[in-house]
Ligand binder design. Sequence first.
Ligand SMILES: [Zn+2]
Length: 1026
Amino acid sequence: MSQQGYVATPPYSQAQAGMGGYAAGFGNPPPQSHYGAYGSPAQGYSAPPTGVLKPPASSPSGMPPPPVSSQYGTNIQQNGAHPHSFPPPVSSSPSMSPYGQPPPSAFHSMAQAPPPTQQLTNQMSAMNIAGYGQRPVQSPSNSAPQHFQTSPPPPVMGHPPLSPPGQQPSPLGSPQPMATMGSMPAPAMGMSGPPGPVGHQPQGYPQQPGSPMGGPYGAQMAGPQMAGPQTGTFPGGFPGGPAQMAGPPQKKLDPDSIPSTTQMIEDDQAKRGGQVYVTNIRGQVPPLVTTNFTVQDQGNASPRFMRCTTYSFPCTADLAKQCKVPLAAIIKPFATVPKNETPLYIVNHGETGPIRCNRCKAYMCPYMQFIDGGRRFQCSFCSCVNEVPVHYFQHLDHMGRRMDLYERPELSLGSYEFSATLDYCKNNKPPNPPAYIFMIDVSYNNIKSGLVRLICEELKTLLDRLPKEEGAESSSIKVGFVTYNKILHFYNVKSALAQPQMMVVSDTAEMFVPLLDGFLVNFQESRAVINNLLDQIPDMFADTNESETVFAPVIQAGVEALKAAECSGKLFIFHSSIPTAEAPGKLKNRDDRKLVGTEKEKTLFQPQRGVYEQLTKDCVAQGCCVDLFLFPNQYVDIATIGDVPSHTGGSIYKYSNFQVEVNGQQFLSDLRRDVEKSIGFDAIMRVRTGTGFRATDFFGAVYMNNTTDVEMAAVDCDKAVTVEFKHDDTLSEESGAVMQCALLYTTIGGQRRLRIHNLSLNCSSQLSELYKSCETDALINFFAKSAYRAMLNQPMKTVREILVNQTAHMLACYRKNCASPSAVSQLILPDAMKVFPVYMNSLLKTPALVGSTELSTDDRAFHRFMVNAMGVEETQVLLYPRLIPLHNMDVSSESLPAAVRCSEERLSESGMFLLENGLSMFLWLGQACSPDLIQNLFNVPSFGHLPTEGTSLPVLDNSHSRKLHSIISRISQQRAASMKLLIVKQKDRAEMLFRQLLVEDKGLHGGASYMDFLCYVHREIRQLLT
Ligand SMILES: [Zn+2]
């Protein structure tokens, strides 16, 4: 549902050729004092004629220092048709060693001189043999697990992957005699081999010779009619191309020879860490999400708010199709801004509201070009020429820039907010502050586990920490309470009452709220009554035998309450079981793992429609966000009950087999963070783009009623929306590609605001520019979300195939068009995408996509929902977890120990490692771990004294213990959810959980090792190139 007053926009209009120049919007820097006026709003904004500007945070002094003149000056040139005149942030020049290892010269020699290549070739083939030698010989016909049964015969038979350097690969379809594989028990490449009994190898990547790979989802791919090779210089050569399989079986390929994510992260941190990232350059690739840097907004949104898959869009749709690199932005509109960066300025234009383009309704931003002495401005999105309102008029300087450029955030910054006028409010009325309703399942399980008591105790203190508007004394958020099992209990907690009053609604078929006055109250005013209630609830239901619950009526009750109070808000639902009680939205156990691996597997993840679909609509219309805290002991149909949260900007938390002692702390810290976090309500987002391309698809915890308005009942600091773009015309190198994300929302204090994020990218007719400006972390975020959506409609196998095919295609296109000529046996990767294969392989092994009967359907559905709302930072660490060695940590150092590659190879018997992926955290101890270290950390004398599957780490008074706790707390602070720590002893059963996260290794539930995947992709690339 869209809010009245906001959507009064004419049809989205695009196809205007030749938009206004961007460069002119910038120019020479103003005198320092001029810009410096920002630093002290009191001076600079003492009497702005048309608006009031104030930074929302308490420290207005955080305004970035004035730009360095020369830097800003350079920008003018760089914004033009010479986008590569600045040093590319991720260098792919030949002087960079491709994988941080061999010097360039050595590298070239590798490509040309046979000996080193041959050597590696032998090593690699040996690796393959070694890798398979341990498994029993099995024929493909009887060893494939059921879920991969439908795979075609191993591609290796028809498409020999291996040929000695310099030798042409065998022609398509001519079978490579098995004899050449020597004593290999299985076909050559891991990806194609029949799965062994332990690791299931994905063989679901049939090749589609001759046919374009455009899958049923994603972009249609043009056939491999690639343009002639250009003189690109991107020697990202991976000396692959293994040849004969008859190498000495003992030797293993050095895993260091394939691109390393940890190395790339370290290199970027070394190169760009600790620096100020100034956003004044169009198409600039930001540092990696893992790098610590400070952002200074000078005209483009901070990468904390927006990141792109590439910062140089191809000029034409044909080029985009040819390379198949998705064009997307990942937008986290409420991203947390570190304390040392400037909070967003709020621009208030009074009753007239923000200045917008008359045609496309884009908001005033640094890209608008003022002309005609300042009386008109040309829109940089649709080229429309608009009159400047009289009250907004300002003279231009000799460079054609407004004299007040640096006094106005909307003219000089990438991100800022506008105060919205009544036109932007529902029914043209200012909104009420939002409300939080706590809805507690008091059925048998939750009472017995002690959960209800835990929640009630916590709320007594937590409600004092409800978020409040900047400068406000107390929170404006109202609170209400409901308990339920088969029936619902509402509570009157009006401050005037001596005792809370309960009102029961047992007819759940037509939900209504039995009381209006006294249900939603101010906590400060009603504290005594609320605390009284929270004391009583656990005892009231202490003897309950009721194990059945309802669910949909609970959400319905919450929406009705907010409707009656005419406000937006959030429901905190603490739920434990599948809702089987007779009521709307009643569910049956439909968990049928026999469907895994079949065409019908997707139905496991499709929500039950009907009631839940309507509930989603009702919630979004009311600005009612649903947060779901789940405490399941068995299947609860997360695919269905998570559907409303995942469309209302809500979060889902899951604590299986909840026990207060085991998961209590984790749950409480999640709840605290969730209640306190920065959030906006009743939000609607629109992404406008320059001429020639447009936003076509959106992924996130959002609701789409039409093709352009992204509706979010709420949006918090952790939620990201991934937006895909498609061409609808040609882009020009000169004007680049501009985008503006406008988010209309209600603050926690009940103010209506518009948050604007602007970003400008380069455009190029050279694919090499696109590849150079790619961001792997953003790419994988897009692929994860699009695949997780596709799995609702397509067989899992098809989804996986599309991912692999697209990977091969993107890399083949680079090879064909951008890389220097070299032997076919060389795997050549673009520098900015060199670790893309490890992320892609990891994605294929995620619970949702891997398709194993051993994984619970609820876990897979949960994973799907989590990823759907994630930003780039979260998907990065999820798909490449951090493995940190602790046994030799420097206790005097402030910094985190450097992470090592995520592989079993890096573990050692005498070692101790921390592993985290943003959702789970493990502390792994080798059997020969130093007793001193164990004593220092656990206060027990040796490995043998440690409990199995421990979860608590004592706080001890020694430097090792302090250091470890500080590392854990530092990591936890970076993450959106709290991670339960599991202590894993080498060779314990729990080690399997830990090993699942070692993404460079073969997957426990199926999926190739990184090395095998790379070999497979390499072969696919070679096939595409022939
Ligand atoms: Zn416009």
